[in-house]
Design a protein around this ligand. Structure first.
Ligand code: PNW
Length: 488
């Protein structure tokens, strides 16, 4: 049973933001309309065998045409804030050079509508849709892309800086590096394993340069980054496993958070040098650029990781989607560690363990590793489960009783509040909000439409939107909170 909305509402600190999040490529569709250029993800989805269900994002949720209706859903939900991303190839089709006015117009209309409805905009500048010309020049393996991103950030600041409350420079550079460049399960789709570390470095450089661009433009909003975080635990006892835990923790967490928050790459056991020697070769000035003062830090949490030494079957978050050519499996078999299952834990549609207590662990580890860090927003959290649409016996209206998703959200918000409450193990963290991933079912990257994360069900054949029980639960949470606020 999920904690009741009313009792959870009573725990929410004043000014805590309840939000919903999306990303442009996953919802917009209209990929060849009004001057939008192709992205690396458009190209990747059209390669044979890369998307589990053989789909693409050409139409997705058709949000480009249905934006007003979708903003009404956010408004009726009672959300305080909406996190969305800018489509870089819609605004700057070649990744350099002039802006596409019609692309800018779309986000102008979105921002105006959000503000009219009293919804605070959080804008992600880069959520993975690199313009194809830049991807063809090496994408994030090419240092040049960092400078191109900063130029795009300057364009965004100029166009939208008067209306955006919070800017996220980059979403999850870890997933871009690991799923994209290391494993090839995401765009651009060629596995480089440990030779992908320059992609991480250039993403972080792109973050730092983008922060500079936003500051130079004197945007009125706050500035931050979003990193995913997964507490890492060993599957077995012994030094070999501890070493692999350290390696995975660096690859997934430390190499993205440390330069941003501490101004250095993680220190590591010299036995890991064969994998991480790249960090000894990077210019000091780059790391200083990555280490910009931030107004907030965005944290995405989905699941903890259990690591065993040696190559192994592809389980866990990096499991090979069905249909991916065998050559990629071979490459991953060369890895010195693998992710193991979580016996005894409920799992989501992706096979990710449902472990709300580990969100508390994540926040506790962050508090210890990064003393004095800026205020934190959990910029994503959510789960995919199989959803079944049934007709209500009385009204005939379609309904989705997504009990597990509702519990997931309630338990995770509760765990985050408890960990960061006074006296809690992560009390040093100033937690300011939680954004549910995601507003509506959408194009779930390599999983296509096979994984539904939405608060709103989307029937992709008709584009009908059906609010699920989790939507109604969040609506209650927001309204109980509002009533409690009004009494003060
Ligand atoms: C995040 N992993 O991606 C993204 O920010 C969203 O766009 C995405 O839809 C959502 O989470 C759900 O997948 C992740 O393998 C993808 O560890 C992969 C991982 C983590 C997050």
């Amino acid at each position: 049973m999920a904690i009741a909305a009313e009792s959870l509402a009573a725990k929410l600190p004043a000014h805590f933001m309840l939000g919903v999040a999306t990303a442009a490529f996953q919802i917009e569709g209209a990929v060849a309309e009004d001057g939008r250029g192709p992205s690396g993800w458009d190209a990747f989805t059209h390669l044979p065998g890369r998307i589990v269900d053989g789909t693409d994002a050409d139409i997705a949720c058709d949000h480009y045409h249905r934006m007003p209706e979708d903003v009404e859903l956010i408004h009726a939900l009672g959300a305080d804030s909406y996190r969305f991303s800018l489509s870089w190839p819609r605004i700057q089709p070649d990744g350099r050079g002039p802006v596409n006015r019609k692309g800018v117009d779309f986000y102008d209309r979105l921002l105006d509508r959000l503000l009219e409805r009293g919804i605070s905009p959080m804008c992600t500048i880069y959520h993975w849709d690199t313009p194809l010309p830049l991807e063809q020049e090496g994408g994030w393996l090419n240092r040049e892309t960092a400078y191109r991103l900063a130029e795009f950030a300057a364009l965004a600041a100029d166009a939208f800086g008067d209306r955006v409350d919070r800017w996220v420079t980059i979403n999850e550079p870890a997933t871009v590096t690991l799923n994209g460049y290391a494993l090839g399960l995401h765009a651009p789709g060629v596995p480089h394993l440990f030779d992908s570390l320059p992609a991480a470095h250039h993403l972080l450089l792109g973050h730092g340069l983008s922060v500079e661009a936003l500051r130079t433009a004197s945007v009125r909003g706050e500035v931050g980054i979003t990193n995913v975080y997964s507490p890492v635990v060993p599957a077995t006892e012994g030094f070999g496993n501890e070493l692999m835990v350290q390696l995975y923790d660096i690859l997934f967490n430390g190499m993205f958070a440390d330069p941003v928050l501490l101004g250095s790459y993680p220190r590591f056991n010299p036995l890991l040098t064969p994998f991480l020697a790249y960090f000894h070769t990077v210019p000091e000035e780059d790391i200083a650029l990555m280490h910009q003062p931030l107004d907030f830090y965005g944290l995405n949490y989905y699941f903890p990781s259990r690591i065993a030494p040696g190559p192994g079957p592809l389980t866990g978050p990096h499991a090979k989607p069905e249909g991916v050519p065998e050559q990629f499996v071979q490459d991953v078999q060369d890895m010195p560690f693998h992710l193991t299952g979580w016996p005894g834990y409920e799992r989501t549609g992706f096979g990710w363990p449902v472990a709300p207590q580990y969100l508390g662990v994540a926040l506790t580890e962050m508090a210890r590793r990064y003393p004095g860090m800026p205020p934190v927003y959990i910029t994503e959290g959510g789960a995919s489960f199989t959803d079944v649409v049934v007709e209500d016996a009385l009204t005939g209206e379609p309904e989705v009783a997504d009990v597990k998703r509702t519990e997931y959200l309630a338990d995770h918000i509760n765990a985050a509040l408890e960990a960061t409450a006074p006296g809690g193990p992560a009390e040093a963290i100033d937690l300011r909000g939680y954004y549910v991933w995601t507003l509506m079912d959408n194009f779930e990257w390599a999983a296509g439409y096979s994984q539904r994360f939405g608060l709103v069900y989307v029937d992709f054949a008709t584009q009908r939107r059906i609010p699920k029980a989790s939507y109604k639960w969040l609506q209650q949470l927001a309204s109980h909170r509002d009533r409690a606020r009004a009494r003060l």
